[in-house]
Design a binder for this molecule. Structure first.
Ligand code: NAD
Length: 504
């Protein structure tokens, strides 16, 4: 039996409960049907139905928000060490079921096992990291003044909504839910309708780890009803959202009447800038990894290659050779590097850009084709002879599609890099230290890596500028979002209080 066959056999076992019972909402520690009936989730590998999913609506969201509200005070007041122990048990539960999570995620989203085998473990790491922050999360500062002892403290904001997208859904959900729970918030999670499987596994694991009922509730459903109702619900104090930039605007509008605090992690059209003095072998590896891994369905992917004109011809030739050798295939085959795109809608969107590229006068130097008929497979694609005014350089394609744009000078590279509505990440390849300092100082992005691909370190701030988002996650920044800062001043003596009403 090959590792591929082994994965297929195991997947069959792991899918059995989903096939027999479907996916229910989970509210206050109990299964709850969708008030809107059910919808079906399909695998992008062969378009087959995986299972029925509860179609949650505003009615389910209301029940979940009430459950989160009811569970909040006890969770907030639980001793930090006890909360910490539960979060660590959740991490252990994720590790114990990592293979199941990875295989289900691959089947549900089309992501290659090669990358997803680690995604579940990264989810566990998110819980472990934030578990370690629980004890000091409320610590404030002591800001002494002449007449007062001023202290600050932090308290959890209350029940929060977490709305997540379909790309690496398990990892992204834990990235939001772990700090929310660590802060002492209760949560209503609305996972993406296209990838509901692992959200169900997460809430099961959390409850088995001892998370009290109602502290984490999961309502499946669509953005326009369940998602919208979550944003508008008065008992929900904040929304942590990951998704498209235009949905981010809707989140803000929908939460306006209830004065919602929003954290928005949105789209990107991130530049990777390769200067002629860079280590070109490593730059090539990183350029390829950062757009073609995870099917290119990654917010931080470097989808615009800005390459210096003196090295362009040779660099693009090497790139084409490697891109053509990337293995497209079944996501459960451990050798597969690119699996199918998430859905028919997304497949249509990505493949339309092949036409757009031709119409705009760019060259399709690699790929630009679909693969087979059974699923939503496309070949990794490279557009050359492009400029930054083209739609293929301006719009987030969110697939394994790279647009290469030449530049002459450092100033021109900076101008092109910043000429985008987005500002999530940037990647700079140069061995000139002063240039790297100068360039990164002026590059408009929330996160920049120099001579490196995206390497996450959980204590560092994660987030974007411009249309790529508002707010930061990671380290203590996560708690800034999920907690309210409170100032308390204690008089240290009998300072003068101005008296009113004593003149007569
Ligand atoms: P999306 O915006 O379509 O959907 C994301 C989530 O929002 C889903 O759960 C969806 O049901 C919900 N939603 C949709 N409309 C809503 C509404 N009106 N109110 C409330 N909820 C609503 O995004 P997607 O297509 O699922 O995900 C891909 C996008 O996510 C890309 O743009 C990608 O760049 C972005 N993303 C960003 C980051 C980041 O950290 N910046 C990370 C991953 C993905």
């Amino acid at each position: 039996m090959t590792a591929f066959d082994d994965n297929l056999a195991k997947l069959d076992i792991y899918l059995a409960p989903f096939r027999s019972a479907g996916i229910q909402n989970r509210i206050a520690g109990k299964d709850a049907p969708g008030a809107g009936g059910v919808f079906q989730t399909r695998s992008p590998v062969d378009k087959s139905v995986i299972c029925n999913v509860a179609h949650g609506t505003a009615e389910n969201i209301d029940a979940a928000a009430r459950a989160a509200h009811a569970a909040f005070a006890a969770w907030r007041d639980m001793p930090a060490t006890a909360r910490r122990a539960i979060l660590i048990r959740i991490a252990e539960g994720i590790e114990a079921r990592a293979e199941e999570i990875a295989l289900c995620e691959c089947w549900d989203t089309g992501q290659a096992y090669k990358f997803m085998s680690k995604a579940a473990l990264r989810g566990a790491e998110n819980f472990r990291y934030f578990a370690d922050q629980v004890v000091q999360a409320r610590d404030g500062q002591h800001l002494k003044s002449p007449t007062l002892m001023n202290i600050t403290t932090r308290v959890p904001i209350g029940p929060v909504g977490v709305i997540t997208p379909w790309n690496t859904p398990f990892m992204l959900s834990t990235w939001k839910i772990a700090p929310a729970l660590a802060a002492g918030c209760s949560v209503v999670h609305k996972p993406a309708e296209a990838s509901p499987l692992t959200a169900r596994l997460l809430v099961e694991i959390a409850e088995e780890a001892g998370l009290p009922p109602g502290v984490l509730n999961t309502v499946n459903g669509f953005g326009e009803d369940a998602g919208k109702a979550l944003c508008a619900h008065p008992l929900i104090k904040a929304i942590a959202f990951v998704g498209e930039s235009r949905t981010g605007s809707l989140i803000t509008k929908q939460g306006a009447d209830t004065l919602k605090r929003n954290h928005l992690e949105l789209g990107g059209k991130n530049p990777v800038i390769v200067f002629e003095d860079a280590d070109l072998d490593r730059a090539l590896d990183a350029v390829i990894f950062m757009i073609y891994s995870i099917n290119g369905e990654r917010c931080t992917s470097s989808s615009r290659l800005l390459v210096q004109d003196t090295i362009r011809e040779d660099f693009e030739a090497r790139l084409i050779e490697r891109v053509n050798a990337i293995k497209v295939g079944h996501p459960l085959d451990p050798a597969t590097e690119i699996g199918p795109l998430i859905s028919e809608e997304h497949f249509d969107k990505v493949t339309r850009y092949f036409e757009t590229a031709r119409a705009e006068g760019a060259t399709i130097a690699a790929g630009g084709e679909t693969v087979g008929e059974t699923g939503y497979f496309v070949r990794p694609t490279l557009f050359t002879d492009a400029n930054n005014r083209m739609r293929i350089a301006r719009e987030e394609i969110f697939g394994p599609v790279l647009t290469s744009i030449p530049f002459g000078t450092e100033e021109e590279a900076l101008q092109i890099a910043n000429d985008t509505p987005y500002g999530l990440t940037g990647y700079v390849w140069t061995n000139d230290l002063t240039r790297a300092l100068r360039f990164t100082d002026r590059l408009e992005a929330g996160m920049i890596w120099v001579n490196s691909e995206n390497v996450r370190h959980l204590p560092t701030p994660f987030g974007g500028v411009k249309a790529s988002g508002i707010g930061r996650d990671g380290g203590d920044w996560s708690f800034d979002f999920y907690m309210e800062l409170k100032h308390i001043g204690f008089a240290t003596g009998q300072h003068k209080i101005t008296k009113l009403g004593t003149l007569s």
